[in-house]
Design a protein around this ligand. Structure first.
Ligand SMILES: C[S@@+](CC[C@H](N)C(=O)[O-])C[C@H]1O[C@@H](n2cnc3c(N)ncnc32)[C@H](O)[C@@H]1O
Length: 296
C-alpha cells in the first residue's frame, strides 16, 4: 500500500503534526480533486462531494465514472441523491480485518463509516486494556465501540439518534460481538450523569459535530458546550486514562482545542494533530483535528 504509516502517537508531543490515517482493510481512497472523491468500499466504488478536494484530480472524471457504481449529487442542506452508474446494490457488507459493517447509501452522502477514523481504531486497540471501560460519545454507527469491545473492554456507546443506535447494533451482530451498552441520550447529559453516579472510564472518545441535537432535542453547539463536556470527561476519566477528541469545525481551531484540553488536564497533550489521508494517487486530504491526552 503506497500510504504513509501514521506517525507513532507517542512521539508526537504537542506539536501540530499531520497525522495520516492508513486505509483500513478493503477501503481505498482512490483519487480526489475538483470537489469530489473516488473511494472503494470492498467491491463498490463511489463518487462523493469533498470540500477539501480543491485541487485537480489525478485521473479525469470520465475515468472515475467508468469505474464507479454510485455517484452522490448534493441538492440542499447537505442532503442529496445517489445516482446508479454501474450495476451495484444499495447496501452491502463491508469487512475490515476483524469487523463487519453494514453500509448503505444515505441521503447525507455518508455510507456508515468514516474510514479516516482508522487512526483512532488502531490507537484504541493498542492503548485500551482488555478489561478497561470505554465511553464512546457521539458514537454514530459504532466503529470505535466495536474495536473496543473486540479488545475485551466494557463499552458504553452514546448517540442521540435511535436509527444510528440500531445501525450500530447491527454492526455489532455482523461482527459476532455482544454486550455493548447502548445509550440513547444527549452526550453531555450522559457524561454529567455518569459523573454524579461516580462511574469512571479508562478511555473516552468523542467525535462531536459542530451542530447537533440530543435525544430530547437538547441543542449541541460545539463551541458553547465543548468546555463543559471536556471538564466532565476529565472528572470521569481514571488516572492514566486517555481522552480522544475529534473535531471538524471552522469555529474551533486545533490550537483552541489543545489549549482548552491542556488547561483542564494541567499538562501537555500527547497528540495534537491535523488528521489527513493520502489518496492512492498521492494527494493529501484533510479530515479534521485530533487531540489525545492521558490523565496524570
Ligand atoms: C460525526 S458523527 C461521529 C462519527 C463516529 N466517530 C465514527 O467514526 O463512526 C456525530 C454523531 O453525533 C451524534 N449526535 C449529534 N448530537 C448529539 C448529542 N447532543 N448527543 C449525542 N449524540 C449526538 C449524531 O447522531 C452522529 O451519530
Amino acid at each position: 500500500m503506497d500510504v504513509k504509516k501514521p506517525l507513532d502517537p507517542n512521539k508526537l508531543k504537542s506539536e501540530n503534526h499531520k497525522l495520516y490515517a492508513n486505509f483500513c482493510e478493503n477501503y481505498e481512497l482512490l483519487d480526489a480533486g475538483g470537489g469530489q472523491k473516488l473511494e472503494r468500499w470492498g467491491e463498490i466504488i463511489t463518487i462523493r462531494p469533498e470540500r477539501q478536494a480543491y485541487f485537480k484530480s489525478e485521473t479525469p472524471f470520465t475515468e472515475w465514472e467508468q469505474k464507479a457504481h454510485w455517484k452522490f449529487t448534493e441538492k440542499s442542506n447537505l442532503k442529496g441523491n445517489w445516482k446508479n452508474i454501474n450495476p451495484a446494490p444499495k447496501e452491502w457488507k463491508f469487512f475490515t480485518e476483524d469487523l463487519t459493517f453494514h453500509l448503505e447509501l444515505t441521503q447525507y452522502k455518508h455510507l456508515g463509516i468514516f474510514p479516516e477514523q482508522e487512526t483512532n481504531w488502531s490507537f484504541i486497540d493498542e492503548n485500551l486494556r482488555p478489561k478497561g471501560r470505554f465511553l464512546n460519545l457521539f458514537a454514530y454507527t459504532g466503529a470505535s465501540s466495536l474495536v473496543a469491545r473486540k479488545k475485551g473492554a466494557e463499552v458504553l456507546h452514546v448517540d442521540s439518534v435511535k436509527q444510528l443506535i440500531s445501525w450500530a447494533k447491527l454492526n455489532m451482530e455482523h461482527s459476532s460481538l455482544s454486550d455493548i451498552k447502548w445509550v440513547l441520550e444527549d452526550a453531555l447529559k450522559f457524561a454529567q450523569r455518569e459523573n454524579k453516579r461516580g462511574n469512571s472510564y479508562d478511555m473516552i472518545q468523542m467525535d462531536p459535530p459542530a451542530w447537533g441535537l440530543g435525544a430530547k432535542g437538547e441543542k449541541w453547539k460545539l463551541e458553547d458546550k465543548i468546555e463543559e463536556l471536556l471538564k466532565t470527561s476529565y472528572s470521569i476519566l481514571r488516572p492514566n486514562g486517555w481522552l480522544i477528541v475529534n473535531t471538524y469545525s471552522p469555529s474551533l481551531k486545533l490550537e483552541d482545542t489543545k489549549k482548552l484540553v491542556e488547561r483542564i488536564f494541567g499538562k501537555k497533550a500527547e497528540v495534537c494533530s491535523e488528521l489527513w489521508m493520502k489518496t492512492k494517487t498521492n494527494k493529501d486530504l484533510y479530515f479534521g483535528d485530533i487531540v489525545r491526552i492521558q490523565k496524570s
